[in-house]
Design a protein around this ligand. Structure first.
Ligand code: NDP
Length: 254
């Protein structure tokens, strides 16, 4: 037994929303390489070919659930994972969308779409997974928050509201479930180079302003998030409840 053993996830089953690309992909691969079987929920397919899905533990996706978090049945999704992979130990609520517009130009539809995927779906999946995890008195939920869980951002009012909500929800669930074997925590990524931030990085002035403000002096990569996710999913984090861990190159410290 070494200090690294509690970080292993052998035999655990994880569900990662948006695990097909971006941050979710790096987290899914990280969990799989720590030993977990990983189900991915997304609209578009993960990079594996069909025949590779099921190649558990190699960084490949064990199961792909084609689903749209704007319109889904969370109980059915959790049921699919339990039916095909045998259990559910880890839920990573990673999928998210962003719409950029001045507040006065933000439509009811944009507001509802962002709150729907970034907050409503997070609660509904926590509730469905929580029922399974509370019954087995063991589970880890990791919600993906944002710097805009702490700050208002620029021209992204629904996103900021949703991500503040994710932190409130994380703490509320941690209070209810910490004594019942279920860990609920959040990761707050800083500025990470993914499709989500492609427009910002394409704008040379915004790009330079962002990098200048990051103490680490660079954009984060999706892989920068994987270690924190593995930690929070593992027995090494058994006494960590309701935490929001920034992985931000020092952004919040500035
Ligand atoms: P990307 O835009 O690269 O990927 C978004 C992911 O979410 C995709 O896997 C996408 O799946 C999935 N998704 C979006 N909408 C839906 C939906 N309706 N149903 C199912 N899946 C959906 O995003 P990132 O990797 O950058 O972001 C991941 C998370 O991290 C988000 O919650 C984001 O808010 C958060 N975050 C990102 C930061 C960054 O700088 N990149 C900073 C802070 C937080 P599909 O391919 O099927 O569309």
């Amino acid at each position: 037994m070494t200090i690294l053993d509690p970080f292993r996830l052998d035999g655990r089953v994880a569900l990662v929303t948006g695990g097909n690309r971006g941050i979710g992909r790096a987290v899914a691969v990280g969990l799989a390489s720590a030993g977990a079987s990983v189900a991915v929920l997304s609209r578009s397919a993960p990079p594996e070919r069909e025949e590779q899905i099921g190649n558990v533990g190699s960084g490949a996706t064990a199961q792909w659930i084609r689903g749209d978090l704007a319109d889904f049945d969370p109980g059915a999704v959790v049921g699919q994972v339990v039916d095909s992979l045998g259990r559910l130990d880890i839920l990573v609520n990673n999928a998210g969308i962003i719409r950029r517009a001045d507040a006065v130009d933000t439509t009811d539809q944009d507001w509802a779409d962002v709150i729907g995927v970034d907050l409503d779906a997070v609660f509904r999946l926590c509730r469905a997974a929580g029922r399974v995890m509370l019954a087995q008195e063991r589970g880890s939920i990791i919600n993906v928050a944002s710097m805009l869980s702490f700050q208002g951002g620029i021209r992204v009012p629904a996103y900021a509201a949703a991500k503040h909500g994710v932190v409130g929800l994380t703490k509320a669930l941690a209070n209810e479930w910490a004594g019942r074997g279920v860990n609920v925590n959040a990761i707050a990524p800083g500025y990470i180079a993914t499709d989500n931030t492609a427009a910002l990085r394409a704008d040379a002035r915004r790009d330079a302003a962002i990098v200048e403000r990051i103490p680490a002096g660079r954009w984060g990569t999706p892989e920068d998030l994987a270690g924190t996710a593995v930690f929070l999913a593992s027995d090494a984090a058994r006494y960590v409840h309701g935490a929001v861990i920034p992985v931000d190159g020092g952004w919040l410290a500035r």
